[in-house]
Design a binder for this molecule. Structure first.
Ligand SMILES: [Zn+2]
Length: 317
């Protein structure tokens, strides 16, 4: 046992609902996730540490402080994590993580506000940090194997200019690209446009060159086969949706899931913030084979590691 990764699955699932309702349980849950059975000082790394007690009651200190016998520093489990930046109770963090990691279509900040009885601003703060924790790892390996690529438009239907088409292309909807491994992981991103330059640039960045790529007949994908990829297309225009295994059904179903979530839970999202919501949907897709407890713990761990990278000037609590 060297750290919290060793918690058994059943322990994780039993502890999360309790951690969502009781602050001491939340603190101890996060301590266990972070340190496992050997708590260490966050300042010097010493394991000569102890939980501080309240002198009157003999119970745990009301701020859940630890103290290090070596460097004499006091600290809590919040130090050095995403939780350090807010005073929101840890049980609310646990609840928001749990809900975000167990709801396929996502969870609205308004719902977190109501359930935790915190301000809307606090609920938004929680959800933005959680979505950031779910953002893809920039060092993740490229997708490989059989890859379906597809582009779609997400967002409000209202056209930006009069005279343009009311649906899809030519409106104020935001173009989004996805590359998805059959049975595997996906990468999705907001793109500037659906030109060959943009689409194929995204493919080069996300997909290993030895892959077999399947797309529809959108002109943006023409010529991919000259760039080391094996490329096959399915022609939707002639009602040829599935030719043997040449189809883009997986890519289309992931887009459909995102669209239902964006409209149903978030009631549309502006172009500026759309990528954050995509992080959440894609995290759920990429961890779909995990159980709810494992997925929640994974997101919590990711939040710790990403704390310092978060830049959002308009947010402060
Ligand atoms: Zn120390």
């Amino acid at each position: 046992m060297e750290n919290g990764h060793n918690l058994s699955k059943s322990a994780v699932i039993e502890n999360i609902p309790l951690a969502c309702s009781d602050e001491l349980a939340a603190v101890e849950f996060l301590e266990k996730q972070r340190w496992g059975s050997t708590p260490a000082c966050v300042k010097c790394g010493s394991v000569e540490v102890y939980k501080m007690k309240d002198a009157k009651t003999g119970e745990r200190n009301s701020r859940y402080l630890w103290r290090c016998r070596d460097c004499k520093e006091q600290y809590t489990v919040r130090i050095g994590t995403v939780y350090e930046e807010s005073r929101i109770e840890l049980r609310h963090w646990c609840y928001a993580f749990w809900r975000a990691c167990t709801s396929k279509k996502g969870v609205a900040a308004l719902e977190i506000k109501r359930h935790c009885q915190i301000s809307y601003k606090s609920a938004l703060f929680l959800m933005n940090r959680i979505r950031f924790a779910m953002a893809p790892d920039p060092d993740a390996p490229k997708l490989k194997g059989v890859i379906e690529c597809d582009e779609t438009y997400i967002g409000p239907r209202k056209p930006r200019y009069k005279g343009t088409s009311k649906h899809g292309r030519g409106t104020s909807k935001t173009p989004v690209f996805v590359a998805v491994e059959r049975q595997g992981q996906l990468c999705r991103r907001v793109i500037a446009d659906v030109t060959a330059n943009t689409l194929q640039g995204a493919i080069r960045e996300e997909v290993d060159r030895r892959s077999r790529i399947i797309t529809d007949e959108h002109r943006g994908y023409l010529g991919l086969e000259n760039k080391f990829y094996k490329h096959e297309t399915v022609s939707h225009g002639t009602y040829e949706f599935v030719r043997r295994d040449v189809h883009t059904n997986t890519a289309e179903s992931t887009h459909a899931l995102v669209k239902r979530g964006i409209v149903g839970i978030y009631h549309n999202v502006s172009r500026e913030y759309l990528h954050r919501y995509l992080w959440q949907f894609d995290f759920m897709w990429n961890t779909r084979k995990m159980n709810d407890g494992e997925r929640t713990v994974l997101a919590m761990k990711a939040a710790e590691g990403k704390r310092l990278m978060y830049q959002e000037p308009t947010q402060s609590l």
